[in-house]
Design a protein around this ligand. Structure first.
Ligand SMILES: NC(=O)c1ccc[n+]([C@@H]2O[C@H](COP(=O)([O-])OP(=O)(O)OC[C@H]3O[C@@H](n4cnc5c(N)ncnc54)[C@H](O)[C@@H]3O)[C@@H](O)[C@H]2O)c1
Ligand SMILES: [Zn+2]
Length: 381
């Protein structure tokens, strides 16, 4: 088992990483001096697979777990589901020392974390992420929240878990498409802060795609370390944390103009990171060979690296980019790479250069093949 310690602000907590950890969840929680009542919040895909193991592990350690199941998918990450969870917690008489276990992907983690952070003004919370994206990204850093009709993650808080348990064995049932989407964040960590990790990904990608346990353990742990390190220095996102958004300005805009239906987040930011690499070459002199290495790694991971857009869609994309949360005073701020492993944040890019780069990364479709926004086509080269 690998352990990564996170030290945000006043409190520290551990991320434990290894295969089969779910069966030890009770022992891990027993070390935290929690009350005996607890609620496992999970979704309709994860509960049938891992709910019983989690419940048994907690019961064997003397806890009294109840399970709350929410619908799977992003659409359930809303205030209605939050209220339904509050009502179930109250009906089960969970009190201040009771705790919540989030068992699932990023949707469950964000939602259950928000419930934990607000029920009775906050009760303890344990993350048990079961997607690659949740293990390397959303379960680390303490951002919790839900979506509004007006946009994603518009309501939320910073609320840290007491413990994160990454059972790598849970990833074995994750659909390949979801797994690849998680790899887009993994590759991001290499680009933003660790050239050696990037090299290792280039070398070990086949093992990683095969979910080989040893490789997976080392890489998940390294990604958690990087995210933890960034978050420790900038818990509430006033500066450095921006580097985690490499490729996300374009990625978020792509998700928005395709109405969040076409792309998984990881797929959108794969395209976004390739675009950001090309922009980095122009603005910060990222060597062309590194742009190519970045493009090639995403491609080998089976992720989309470009997109055919009509002129109208490209305009929509630019408009969506200026609506992104990371825009301040109307200026889009970019995170760009100087070399693999080193990025700068808070950069502005002349609009003409941005248009030109997007035109290359996202080539226009032929006049006769203009597609509706909801049917954007990947470009795989
Ligand atoms: N808090 C943060 O810092 C942060 C960071 C990044 C993303 N997020 C949020 O995370 C969410 C995306 O997370 P996600 O990609 O994990 O999505 P998700 O939670 O929707 O999980 C993806 C799908 O896989 C299923 N699933 C989960 N684990 C499984 C398993 N082991 N086997 C089989 N199926 C499984 C889920 O039911 C779902 O259908 C978004 O809402 C995003 O806003 C938050
Ligand atoms: Zn992301």
């Amino acid at each position: 088992m690998r352990t990564v310690t996170v030290l945000p602000g006043r409190r520290s907590y551990r991320i434990k990483i290894g295969p089969g950890l779910l069966a030890r969840l009770g022992q891990e929680c027993a070390e935290l001096r929690l009350g005996s009542r607890c609620a496992i919040i999970s979704d309709t895909n994860v509960r049938p697979r891992f709910g019983d193991t989690a419940q048994r592990a907690l019961a064997q350690a003397g806890f009294q777990p109840v399970v709350i199941t929410v619908p799977a998918g992003e659409r359930a990450k809303n205030l209605k589901t939050v209220e339904a969870c509050y009502n179930k917690l109250a009906a089960q008489r969970l009190e201040r020392k009771s705790f919540i276990v989030a068992l699932g992907g990023g949707v469950v983690g964000d939602l259950a974390g928000f419930v934990a952070g607000s029920y009775l003004r906050g009760i303890p919370f344990i993350q048990v992420p079961t997607t690659l994206l949740a293990q390397v990204d959303s379960s680390v850093g303490g951002k919790v929240g839900v979506n509004l009709k007006a946009g994603k993650n518009l309501v939320g808080a910073f609320y840290q878990p007491l413990l994160v348990v990454c059972d790598l064995a849970t990833l074995s049932t994750l659909p390949m498409r979801e797994y690849r989407a998680g790899l887009a964040e993994v590759i991001k960590y290499g680009i933003i802060s660790d050239a050696k990790l990037f090299q290792r990904l280039e070398r070990d990608l086949p093992k990683l795609l095969a979910r080989e346990p040893g490789t997976l353990a080392a890489i998940v742990a390294r990604c958690c370390e990087i995210k933890a390190h960034v978050v420790e220095q900038d818990e509430t996102e006033t500066g450095l944390r921006a580097i985690l958004n490499f490729g996300h300005t374009t990625g978020h805009a792509l998700e928005a103009i395709s109405h969040y239906g076409q792309y998984l987040h990881g797929e959108a930011i794969s395209i976004g990171q390739v675009a950001a690499a090309r922009l980095s070459a122009k603005v910060l002199g990222l060597p062309q060979i590194d742009v190519e290495r970045i493009r090639s790694l995403f491609e080998r991971a089976g992720l989309p690296i470009g997109l055919k857009l009509s002129a109208a869609q490209r305009l929509q994309l630019m408009a969506a980019m200026s609506l992104d949360k990371k825009v301040s005073a109307g200026v889009i701020k970019f995170v760009l790479a100087r070399r693999i492993g080193e990025v700068k944040f808070g950069l502005t890019v002349p609009e003409a250069l941005l248009r030109q780069t997007l035109a290359n990364t996202l080539p226009p479709s032929l006049p006769h093949s203009i597609t509706p926004t909801s049917h954007l086509h990947h470009v795989r080269r």
